[in-house]
Write a protein that binds this ligand. Sequence first.
Ligand SMILES: Nc1nc2c(ncn2[C@@H]2O[C@H](COP(=O)(O)OP(=O)(O)OP(=O)(O)O)[C@@H](O)[C@H]2O)c(=O)[nH]1
Ligand SMILES: [Mg+2]
Length: 343
Amino acid sequence: MFKKLKDGVNSLKNKVEEKTGIKKEENRPEEIPEKLDQEEIKEKTEKGKKTSLTTKAKKFIKERKVILDEKDIEDAISDFKFDLIENDVAFDVAEKIGEDVKEDLVGREIKWREDVGEIVNESLRNSILSIFESPFQFKTYIEEKEKPIVIIFVGTNGVGKTTTIAKMAKWLRDTDYKTVLANGDTFRAGAMEQITKHGEKLNLKVIKHQEGSDPAAVIYDAVEFAKANEYDIVLGDTAGRMHTDVNLMDQIKKIKRVVDPDLVLFVDEAVAGSDAVERSREFNEAIDIDASILTKIDADVSGGAAISVSYATNNPIIFVGTGQNYDDLKKFDPEWFVDEIVG
Ligand SMILES: Nc1nc2c(ncn2[C@@H]2O[C@H](COP(=O)(O)OP(=O)(O)OP(=O)(O)O)[C@@H](O)[C@H]2O)c(=O)[nH]1
Ligand SMILES: [Mg+2]
């Protein structure tokens, strides 16, 4: 997974290693004596100087260190930023990561036996993890928040909103939360049938009005139903819309105003790359989203969208969609993500 981004990271590590002249394979202490010319040792030994030469060599190697300055790594960082951008990391995010790493590495004293690659890894890990940092925990939120909890799902067309709702509904149902679905997609022909089918398969109630009716009213009704029947969770679907469509963006603002949801979840597909970043920014500006879900991560995605969506919205990614089945919704774990890329 995320192979191209991983290649970019490796290339940065190699370039910094080259600059320091410290290669990983030369780092191992047990190899130090082998670095000495055996013939020379023999000759010097005969003259009774072996100890002093070995000690000197060891001392030299031990004390050897390199201090990285800006010009040493400028080109490597610049190439790396380009690699990030090529892998769907938004320009400003690539800048931030590049600057973080530069700031951390410049002036750094690297000793002969240190693993340069590991130093670069650590720098990158810290920078990327700081982007994902968030105190929000979905599971804890669901446990602790007063019921019913109303969640609406927003995003562009075909990204996986309805499928994600069905996956989450199954998980909530299996965790013993009384869950009702609301068909807030009164726009697309077939949307009603799709969510109704999920409701039947999962044995969950679906609140729906006829096609073309006001989506805000449907989700509002579902909330009233949940209150009257002591349901825990309302999952409100909405129609897919382009962030550039003013009317449809006004409609989603109205849904938010009328329904007053506890959580607005932005759904996008990881395969959308930099488009997902732009859309997340626009949706966030329009209706202030609380968290994101990235679907289709099972496809061959670059991974950059995850970093960028989180940065662009200043919100966490809480789940990733890993396939088309009900159980293919996984909690997003920033540590896992960073390990995949940085190794
Ligand atoms: N491989 C894969 N496919 C997914 C994932 N999530 C959704 N899909 C597929 O993506 C397609 C669109 O999913 P929907 O849930 O209908 O998307 P939507 O956002 O509700 O679409 P609209 O309502 O038309 O805007 C379907 O074929 C899903 O099976 C995922 O995580 N991985
Ligand atoms: Mg849908």
